[in-house]
Design a protein around this ligand. Structure first.
Ligand SMILES: Nc1ncnc2c1ncn2[C@@H]1O[C@H](COP(=O)(O)OP(=O)(O)OP(=O)(O)O)[C@@H](O)[C@H]1O
Ligand SMILES: [Mg+2]
Length: 389
């Protein structure tokens, strides 16, 4: 049975007149790898800072192991933080960087628990070596910080944070400064470290792939509100609304109507699906993932459309197809040229039916596909600039 460790109960946060967190309710289990995922400015860091004790919610409560900790200062919480800019001390070697947290802290004297003493040198040595081994840097203690790669430096930052044996590690975009390849390696590494240390990780990122790779649980946020909480599989396969469907992976999101249980209508046609429990003729958002669509000869298609764009992506083609003015993205290994009239087939389990929400109509049309890509690249460039400051 998983044991609940942290709970945010109705946490509300305002800066000036802006609502930053809108009544957040969330629990985090012991030893869980939980990720707060969402676009820039959605309130991820603020949520993390509330858990760490660096910020107090305007209203609402924070519990740790069943005890309300709103007024407990950060250094008295069993929580440690790793930031994106992890700022190792360049004048100290690796060992001293990791030992730092142990040297500045005093601990109760085992012989007289009322007296506070420094951590004994022998214990520091043992714990630093343990922490370095956990991040695969055994034997690196005497090296200088500058002799390490970006990924190794990040691992030192993690060793420094776990050497105090926190029950929870908070990580705010810790891989943001690394290049893509290193990031991917570190994602796998971080997950391993979390499992070995056996503590709770609360991780913040705006990168959906990173969240899907590492997390036990993902919390998708937008504009200060939680949109969905679930396993990576839940979030990807059963998005709760058009925002989640669009933010996690690629999605075609089409207006439809539930004709009856397991039959959805789109474009005036009927399609078998697996969903039910909607009102008769209830308008819905129909999510179809690009990889769940098969291209077939026109006569065999459930729908027919015209190819307007083709991009080779290595593993597959991204093909944009116009169905009466609404553009779909299809990912397929079969090539179709621009201008081709094609049919498509979708299996019943390829349809994901969602109730209408505030996000209906905002996503899912790939008319602006190429410009969307440009914007994404611009974001990335801006971020890179920021990191080099
Ligand atoms: N101290 C503050 N005073 C005023 N507004 C703030 C303060 N801290 C954060 N905000 C605002 O709160 C909102 C949420 O910020 P937060 O840093 O939590 O977002 P985030 O999800 O971590 O974003 P990013 O991915 O860019 O780091 C933003 O609009 C931000 O401008
Ligand atoms: Mg942030």
């Amino acid at each position: 049975m998983p044991k609940e460790l942290i709970r945010l109960s109705d946490c509300f946060m305002k800066f000036d007149d802006d609502v930053i967190l809108d009544h957040i309710n969330l629990y985090i289990n012991d030893r869980e790898f939980l990720t707060l995922l969402g676009p820039s400015g959605c309130g991820k860091t603020t949520t993390l800072r509330i858990i760490g004790g660096f910020q107090k919610p305007t209203s609402g409560d924070v519990f740790f192991d069943g005890v309300r900790i709103n007024d407990v200062p950060p250094h008295k919480r069993k929580v440690n933080t790793v930031f994106q800019k992890y700022a190792l001390f360049t004048h100290m070697n690796i060992f001293e960087n990791v030992a730092f947290g142990l040297r500045v802290n005093k601990v109760p004297d085992p012989k007289d628990p009322k007296r506070m003493i420094k951590v004994p040198e022998a214990e520091i040595k043992q714990r630093v070596e343990e922490a370095l081994a956990l991040v695969n840097l055994a034997g690196y203690g005497r090296r200088s910080v500058n002799s390490l790669s970006g990924g190794q430096q990040q691992r030192v930052a993690i060793a420094r944070a776990i050497v105090n044996r926190p029950q929870v590690l908070l990580l705010d975009e810790p891989l943001g400064a690394l290049d893509l390849k290193l990031r991917k390696d570190m994602q796998i590494e971080l997950k391993k470290i979390q499992q070995q240390v056996g503590i709770t990780f609360i991780y913040v990122t705006h990168d959906q792939e990173e969240a899907l790779t590492m997390s036990d649980t993902i919390v998708v946020m937008n504009e200060g509100s939680i949109q969905q909480i679930g396993t990576p599989q839940d979030i990807y396969n059963e998005p709760k609304n058009a925002f989640v469907a669009d933010f996690i992976g690629e999605s075609n999101i089409i207006d439809g109507v539930m004709l009856q249980d397991r039959v959805v209508g789109m474009y005036g046609k009927k399609f078998p699906c697996l969903d039910g429990g909607f009102a008769p003729n209830e308008p819905v958002d129909v999510v179809i993932r690009p990889e769940d669509i098969d291209i077939v000869p026109k006569e065999q298609g459930q729908l027919t459309g015209t190819v307007t764009e083709v991009t080779f992506k290595g593993m597959h083609y991204d093909i944009i197809v116009d169905f009466r003015g609404f553009k779909w993205l299809i990912q397929t290994t079969d090539f179709s040229p621009v201008g081709a009239e094609i049919g498509v087939k979708i299996d019943p389990d390829g349809f994901h039916i969602m109730k209408k929400s505030a996000y209906s109509g905002m996503f899912g049309d790939y008319s602006s596909y190429s410009s969307e890509y440009d914007e994404l690249n611009e974001d990335r460039l801006e971020e890179d600039d920021g990191d080099e400051e």
